[in-house]
Ligand binder design. Structure first.
Ligand SMILES: [Zn+2]
Ligand SMILES: [Zn+2]
Length: 372
């Protein structure tokens, strides 16, 4: 089967995807993804950049060469926007700000507390995006997180990185990145303030209005994929900068390891909020190509999660009280087993529990077990 569009390699060409908005594809090599879209919003003063890619030399080189194709240099960038706290979105921000003196905008809740080197961008079911990762054959049966305090409201801030070493809330293992990635992350921790972790000079909140690319944009807070995710909506030209919230053919990873009480419920509410915006005809996602029907794509993503929830409930009826690991092994194919699949399964189980349809107990081994 053909590659999903989100997996395609970054192209050098720069395309104008709406009046005054350029799509710059930057290289990333993450499971299920081949590029990240950085959007340049042009005006008489220069440009704003939304999501300037990874902090790697290769990505920064690509960013500079794409900008040059549009007759822009880093010093022409007056604003950097970061849709959410994932490295392929915020990573290049510090370098761009340092070179240009640009303002840096992110949501008021922007936090790197839950950013992990191994955190996937896309749903475990989409890591092998053109194949199905959900099980169609049953596996043999084997065998809480509170809300973070809100960041200080609307004051400039520098988020810090924490990498908790404790086990997961459900009693499983934390995702373990490769040795190379652990070393790189450790270096980032040591250098965090000066190197890649951006200091947000202009915190944004729901309903804020920004003037960029010669028009007004409304900030739409869309927690779910991360608690700090936001999108931008231009109601006049009917353009929606979607970040990772709504992707064309795959679904973003919804982690159980989140600062949200119920990340899946938050994601559903954010999808409803996006779907309710009338007349959006040009959706510009952070991965993949522009598409035109925001409401239909939001509905399709909700249906996908509803089907997964139904599958989790069916598994619960079949196997009775079981651990998150046991659920995830029934839900996903063997190649996807592990902490990522468990984190996603945990988010679904917690949603079922928090909507009053299941109970959760701790077993003798300290692992959570769920029963309808
Ligand atoms: Zn993301
Ligand atoms: Zn992304």
């Amino acid at each position: 089967m053909a590659k999903r569009q989100e997996q395609e390699a970054a192209r050098e060409e720069v395309t104008e995807v709406a009046p005054g908005i350029l799509r710059l594809e930057l290289p990333i090599h993450m499971p299920g993804l081949g590029h990240v879209n950085c959007y340049a919003l042009l005006d008489g003063e220069g440009a704003a950049l939304m999501d300037p890619g990874l902090p790697t030399p290769g990505s920064l080189r690509a960013l500079k060469s794409r900008l040059a194709r549009a007759d822009l240099r880093l010093k022409n960038i007056h604003t950097v926007l970061v849709s959410h706290s994932h490295p392929d979105h915020f990573g290049g921000a510090v370098h761009v700000v340092k070179e240009s003196g640009a303002k840096l905008m992110a949501h008021t809740s922007f936090s790197l507390g839950f950013a992990r080197p191994a955190a996937p961008e896309v749903s475990v079911g989409d890591l092998h995006a053109h194949e199905s990762s959900l099980r169609d054959d049953p596996a043999p049966i084997e065998s809480h997180g509170g809300c973070e305090p809100e960041g200080s409201p609307r004051a400039p801030f520098t988020p810090t990185l924490s990498l908790p070493d404790r086990g997961t809330p459900w009693g499983g293992e934390h995702p373990r990145p490769s040795f190379k990635m652990r070393i790189r992350w450790r270096l980032m921790q040591l250098m965090q303030r000066s190197w890649i972790f951006p200091a947000v000079s202009h915190p944004l909140a729901e309903g804020d209005v920004l003037r960029l690319a010669g028009r007004e944009w409304f900030v739409v807070h869309t927690p779910g994929h991360t608690a700090d995710h936001f999108c931008l909506h231009d109601p006049v030209e009917e353009v929606f900068l979607a970040g990772d919230h709504v992707l064309p053919t795959i679904t973003p990873h919804i982690s159980g390891l989140s600062s949200s009480r119920d990340p899946l419920a938050a994601f559903f509410e954010s999808l409803d909020r996006a779907a309710a915006i009338p007349h959006v005809r040009n959706v510009l996602p952070a991965h993949g190509h522009p598409f035109d029907d925001l409401a239909a794509r939001c509905e399709a993503i909700k249906r996908h999660h509803d089907e997964r929830l139904a599958k989790v409930r069916a598994i619960a009826r079949e196997i009775g009280p079981a651990t998150v690991e046991a659920f995830s092994r029934r839900l996903f194919k063997r190649r996807s087993w592990g902490s990522m699949a468990e984190s996603e399964t945990y988010a679904h189980l917690e949603h079922i529990r928090k909507t009053g349809q299941a109970e959760c107990h701790q077993n003798a081994q300290g692992k959570l077990t769920y029963v309808l």
